[in-house]
Design a protein around this ligand. Structure first.
Ligand code: R5P
Length: 295
């Protein structure tokens, strides 16, 4: 039985179809004082011994919803609770960067672990966060799917990441694109990024010549869009032809979509780990394959 968090309803339904499993009825209510009440009113453990909760923790409320859904299915008598976090919120605070700060990823992982027998997450910002779960969470790599919407006619493509940390994602997209098109592999490179504040970044160009070429820039997350729009601006200064922006988790907070569109991108492609205007690729097949492993 697939049980959806309120912010992952499209993906949960796609996953239920992919696995040919029923989708549980879920209600998301709120008490007058603002407290949440996520419930599974008709859930019967007689129909299933395993519940798969699918919930991206894109907000503090979404975190609480996961805990409530885990508890609700356990209360109904289900034996095994699998928790899928397509996007793991607070994943970027994976260490105390300054004295007095929490390791937020560890705090939320510990809480979620108390209600889960197995946890899966898609392309976490740092794979080390998986160790904060007990048992260790499984990281599922869905970056290859970002090649799916790319057009077949890319001109002498370059696959870039906006910082060194995301170069493996760019390589994965390049490999998946090459496999699909049966062509020579494109070039892969990365920018150097310095974060000045939550909304400001400085990007130093890569050495790769981009004039007249199509460029695909891939990152794990697009949040404010600052990183990507800086990268896109540099590419245009250098005479790039088309720029395709791709990411696994299209958080796209505030005006990020507009910011990127104004920066001159051909398209913005993301997955449905976060549901929104750029969620054109589904990770459901990748998650279904991972869920079926070990069973
Ligand atoms: C950080 O290292 C991540 O990989 C992304 O580059 C970052 O989260 C993007 O944030 P923003 O869109 O706000 O620049």
């Amino acid at each position: 039985m697939i049980v959806s968090g309120s912010r992952s309803q499209t993906l949960a339904a796609a996953l239920a179809r992919e696995l040919e499993q029923p989708l549980a009825a879920v209600e998301y209510d709120r008490f007058p004082d603002g407290e949440l009440l996520a419930s599974v009113p008709d859930f019967s453990a007689a129909d299933t011994d395993r519940a798969v909760i699918v919930a991206s923790t894109v907000s503090s409320d979404a975190h609480l919803e996961v805990l409530q859904l885990q508890d609700a299915v356990r209360e109904a008598g289900v034996e095994e609770v699998v928790t899928v976090l397509p996007y793991m919120g607070y994943g970027r605070q994976d260490e105390a960067f300054e004295a007095g700060q929490p390791i937020s990823s560890r705090a939320v992982a510990r809480a979620i672990s108390t209600g889960a027998d197995r946890v899966l997450t898609v392309d976490p910002h740092e794979e080390g966060v998986c160790d904060f779960f007990d048992p260790t969470a499984e990281a599922v790599d869905a970056a290859g799917r970002l090649a799916d919407p790319l057009p077949a006619d890319l001109t002498d493509p370059v696959f870039l990441s906006p910082d060194a940390g995301a170069i493996e994602l760019a390589e994965t997209v390049r490999d998946a694109y090459g496999e699909r098109e049966g062509e020579d592999e494109g070039e892969v490179d990365y920018f150097e990024k310095t974060r000045l504040s939550g909304e400001e970044v400085e990007i130093s160009p890569s050495d790769t010549a981009v004039e007249g070429r199509d460029v695909v820039v891939t990152d794990d997350i697009i949040a404010t869009g600052s990183t990507m729009s800086e990268a896109v601006a540099i590419l245009h200064e250098r005479g790039v032809d088309r720029v395709f922006v791709t990411c696994v988790h299209p958080l796209l907070t505030s005006n990020a979509y507009t910011k990127l569109s104004r920066a001159g991108v051909e398209a913005i492609y993301g997955t449905d780990t976060i549901e929104g205007p750029a969620s054109v690729v589904s990770v459901a097949p990748t998650l279904a394959a991972a869920l079926e492993t070990n069973y």
